[in-house]
Design a protein around this ligand. Structure first.
Ligand SMILES: Cc1ncc(COP(=O)(O)O)c(C=O)c1O
Length: 372
C-alpha cells in the first residue's frame, strides 16, 4: 500500500480528456450538426494547425499511425523512389508497427541495434548495416525522445537514403528548434488515445515538405482517387475522420502545456530517484528533445520490481516485452543476434507520467521506488 492509499494510475485517459471536455464536446457537436462526417472542415483545420505546429508544409490526416507509415512508403514506391525488395534500416527495439509498415509494402526491414543508453538509432554502427540495397531508414523517436536527427540526416545524405521518421511517440519533441516530423523527408504520427496528442479513437497523420509526396499520400489514402470515382493508383481507405479532428484541434492547443508538465515530472524523477538497483533514462534536461511519452526505468530484476510497485498500488507497463524479431510474425528473424535489443526488452519498465498526475502521486512514486 502506498501512503496516499489509492491506485496511482499509469495513465488516466478520462481525466486527461476531462480537462478539455466542454471545448471537445462543443467541437464534436459542430460535426454532429454539420451532417458532414468525412473529409470536411474539421480535418482541413486540424491538418493546417498540425502542419504549423510541426513547421511543415503539409499534414495529411490518416486513419492511424501504422497507416501513416505505410502510406509514405507506398507513395515512395508509386513515385519510383523506392522499390519492392529494397532494404530499410529500422531500430530493432521499436514497437512492431514500424517493422510491419516496411513488410506491408514489400520492402525488407533491416533490424539495427539501437544506442544502448538512449534506445535510439544513431549513426554509430549504422554503417555496418548498409548494403547496395539499402534505400531508406526509419528513425523511431521512442518514448518521446528525438533521435539525433542532425547526424542521421547527414548520414542519410551521404548514403542517398530516404528518411521516414516514426513520430508516433514524439509530438513536439525538438532538436535545435526543429520539431519531430520536420526532420526526415516525411514523418508518420499516431493519435492513438494514449499518445501525447491523443484522439478519442484511432487517428494518424503524415507530415512532409515534399509537395509530390503529400499529393500521393492523400490520393493513396482515398482509394487512389483525386477526383471522385477516378482512380489513378491502387489506394486504400485511410482518412482521419471529422470527429477525431474536432477533438485533436482542441487538444493541440494544450499540447505544449501538457508536455511541460510531463517534463517537470521527468525532471523530478531523474533528480530524486536514487536507487542503485534502477537505471534511469539517459536524457539532456536542458534540451527540448524529450517529451516523455513514457518514463522508462531499467532493472535486471524487472519482474520483482513490477510486482513490488503493484503491491504499492502503482501501475506500470512494459514497453515492450517481446522484440519484433522474437514475434511469431517474424520467425525468419528469430535467430538474429541482437543482444542490446534483447537486454532492453528484458529490463524496461514504464512508470506513471502524465499531464494529470497529482504532485503527491509523483512524490509517492519516488518514495516507493527508493525503497525497492
Ligand atoms: C513507435 C510507434 N510506431 C507506430 C505506431 C502505430 O500507431 P497506431 O497505433 O496509431 O497505428 C505506434 C503506436 O502504438 C508506435 O508507438
Amino acid at each position: 500500500m502506498n501512503k496516499i492509499n489509492s491506485m496511482i494510475k499509469f495513465l488516466d485517459l478520462q481525466k486527461i480528456n476531462n480537462q478539455y471536455q466542454d471545448e471537445i464536446k462543443a467541437s464534436i457537436n459542430d460535426v454532429f450538426n454539420s451532417g458532414w462526417y468525412i473529409l470536411g472542415d474539421k480535418v482541413k483545420k486540424f491538418e493546417s494547425e498540425f502542419a504549423d505546429y510541426c513547421g511543415t508544409k503539409h499534414c495529411i490526416g490518416v486513419a492511424n499511425g501504422l497507416d501513416a507509415l505505410i502510406l509514405v512508403l507506398n507513395a515512395w514506391v508509386e513515385l519510383g523512389r523506392l522499390n519492392k525488395g529494397d532494404e530499410i534500416l529500422v531500430p530493432a527495439n521499436t514497437y512492431i508497427a514500424t517493422v510491419i509498415a516496411i513488410s506491408k509494402v514489400g520492402c525488407i526491414p533491416v533490424l539495427v541495434e539501437p544506442d544502448p543508453n538512449t534506445f535510439l538509432l544513431d549513426t554509430e554502427g549504422l554503417k555496418d548495416y548498409i548494403t547496395p540495397k539499402t534505400k531508406a531508414m526509419m528513425p523511431v523517436h521512442l518514448y518521446g525522445q528525438l533521435a539525433d536527427m542532425e547526424k542521421l540526416m547527414e548520414f542519410a545524405d551521404e548514403h542517398a537514403l530516404l528518411v521516414l521518421e516514426d513520430s508516433a511517440q514524439s509530438h513536439g519533441a525538438t532538436q535545435n528548434g526543429k520539431k519531430s516530423g520536420n526532420w526526415g523527408h516525411a514523418s508518420g504520427f499516431s493519435f492513438y488515445p494514449g499518445k501525447n496528442l491523443g484522439a478519442l479513437g484511432d487517428g494518424g497523420a503524415v507530415t512532409t515538405n515534399d509537395d509530390e509526396l503529400a499529393e500521393m499520400v492523400r490520393v493513396l489514402g482515398n482509394y487512389g482517387s483525386e477526383k471522385k470515382y477516378h482512380n489513378k493508383v491502387v489506394g486504400m481507405n485511410s482518412r482521419l475522420d471529422e470527429i477525431q479532428a474536432a477533438a485533436l484541434s482542441v487538444k493541440l492547443k494544450y499540447l505544449d502545456k501538457d508536455t511541460a508538465y510531463r517534463r517537470k515530472i521527468a525532471l523530478y524523477y531523474s533528480e530524486n530517484i536514487k536507487n542503485p538497483k534502477l537505471q534511469l533514462p539517459s536524457w539532456d534536461s536542458s534540451a527540448m528533445n524529450h517529451v516523455f511519452h513514457l518514463y522508462v526505468v531499467r532493472s535486471n530484476n524487472r519482474k520483482e520490481l513490477q510486482a513490488y510497485l503493484a503491491d504499492n498500488l502503482i501501475q506500470t507497463i512494459v514497453h515492450y516485452p517481446i522484440p519484433p524479431h522474437k514475434q511469431d510474425a517474424y520467425k525468419d528473424f528469430a535467430s538474429l543476434n541482437l543482444p542490446v535489443t534483447e537486454k532492453i526488452h528484458n529490463e524496461v519498465l514504464s512508470i506513471p507520467v502524465s499531464p494529470v498526475m497529482d504532485w503527491e502521486e509523483v512524490i509517492e512514486v519516488v518514495r516507493v521506488l527508493n525503497e525497492f
